[in-house]
Write a protein that binds this ligand. Structure first.
Ligand SMILES: *[C@@H]1O[C@H](CO)[C@@H](O)[C@H](O)[C@H]1NC(C)=O
Ligand SMILES: *[C@@H]1O[C@H](CO)[C@@H](O)[C@H](O)[C@H]1NC(C)=O
Ligand SMILES: *[C@@H]1O[C@H](CO)[C@@H](O)[C@H](O)[C@H]1NC(C)=O
Length: 301
């Protein structure tokens, strides 16, 4: 696979944009170096969760008895959500690490959800990354991508940009998926309810790897995924609703740059579309004889 490089200039421009952005944010964990306990609640047996001594690096593990997950204490509506992950290495077939945002803790009938799912594989076989978008309990909007690196060797950054115009899934600052809103009322774009951010590791060998053919090899347990550098620059929810929720141009996510891909992002996005997409529900006419409405919206404008 061809290697992907981000030019230093582009990176600097991006950093500048983020710095400008942070100045208008209502919440940023960036400079405060929050520990796990400040930001998150965990739901797993104690021995399935470890942190480094300084609390900055978190390890979640899965074995035959249990998986592990955590979620933010707060909910957010619109902004930037980012984290570095290093995925289970070696034989990880059947194991899924999910990193997602959801309006509730559970699979409720009316939930909105934005998913990154990392599908493990046999040793030496490539991971796949699956993304999905749910609105009011309905998903079925999967895309699957290959990655241009081995996600088990090092930390890489996985981010979600969410505003009233679009949702963008980023891998190391490269937009791999752009999900557009329409300016007309619709039932496909989640933009009303605030979401928590979650991550978890679990056994999904009934579907994850080669469609469920490859089963989890429990002799290789525990399977461990590792996290650091959670970064949220977003509108934190307060009941009945926070000030930052009003769609004025005060917040960076309500400004032009957050609604459009930059020139260099367009190049990256085109490169990903050409080389790394292995499934796109918007191209699956067997499954959807009439393609969903959102598939006609252009990410290029
Ligand atoms: C959301 O889903 C629920 C349960 O399926 C349904 O009863 C409700 O009408 C839906 N709401 C909207 C706004 O589509
Ligand atoms: C796992 O590896 C096989 C063989 O290379 C590949 O066909 C498959 O897409 C990979 N990923 C998953 C999640 O099945
Ligand atoms: C599971 O792992 C064990 C230990 O490495 C190995 O001996 C065995 O062949 C593996 N089973 C499968 C189905 O890959």
């Amino acid at each position: 696979m061809e290697m992907k490089r981000i030019s230093p200039i582009r990176f600097l421009v991006f950093i500048a944009a983020i710095l400008v952005a942070s100045s208008s944010s209502s919440s940023s964990a960036d400079d405060t170096k929050a520990t796990f306990a400040d930001m998150f609640e965990m739901s797993c047996p104690d021995d399935h969760f470890k942190t480094s001594d300084d609390g900055q690096i978190w390890h979640l593990s899965l074995d035959k008895e249990a998986g592990c997950g955590f979620q933010t204490k707060e909910r957010y509506r619109f902004g930037w959500f980012s984290m570095k992950l290093k995925l289970v290495g070696g034989d990880s077939a059947g194991v899924v690490t999910a990193y997602y945002m959801c309006t509730e803790n559970g699979a409720g009938l009316e939930r909105d959800e934005l998913d990154f799912e990392f599908l493990g594989n046999r040793s030496g076989q490539p991971y796949l990354i699956q993304t999905n978008v749910y609105k009011n309990g309905t998903g079925n909007r999967e895309m699957r991508h290959m990655l241009w690196f081995d996600p088990t060797k090092d930390f890489h950054t996985y981010s979600i940009l969410w505003n009233d115009h679009r949702i963008v899934f980023y891998v190391d600052r490269v937009p791999i998926r752009v999900y557009m809103n329409s300016d007309k009322p619709n039932n496909f774009f989640p933009n009303e309810k605030p979401m928590y951010l979650f991550s978890s590791i679990w056994n999904a060998d009934d579907w994850a790897t080669r469609g469920g053919l490859e089963k989890t090899n429990w002799t290789k347990a525990p399977f461990v995924s590792t996290y650091k550098d959670f970064n949220v620059d977003a509108c934190q929810w307060e009941d009945p609703y926070p000030k930052c929720v009003s769609t004025t141009t005060e917040n960076w996510w309500d400004q032009y740059d957050a609604w459009h891909l930059s020139k260099s992002e367009k190049l990256d996005y085109a490169w990903v579309q050409r080389n790394l997409v292995i499934y796109d529900y918007c191209k699956d006419t067997e499954r959807f004889p009439t393609l969903p409405w959102e598939c006609s919206l252009s990410p290029w404008d």
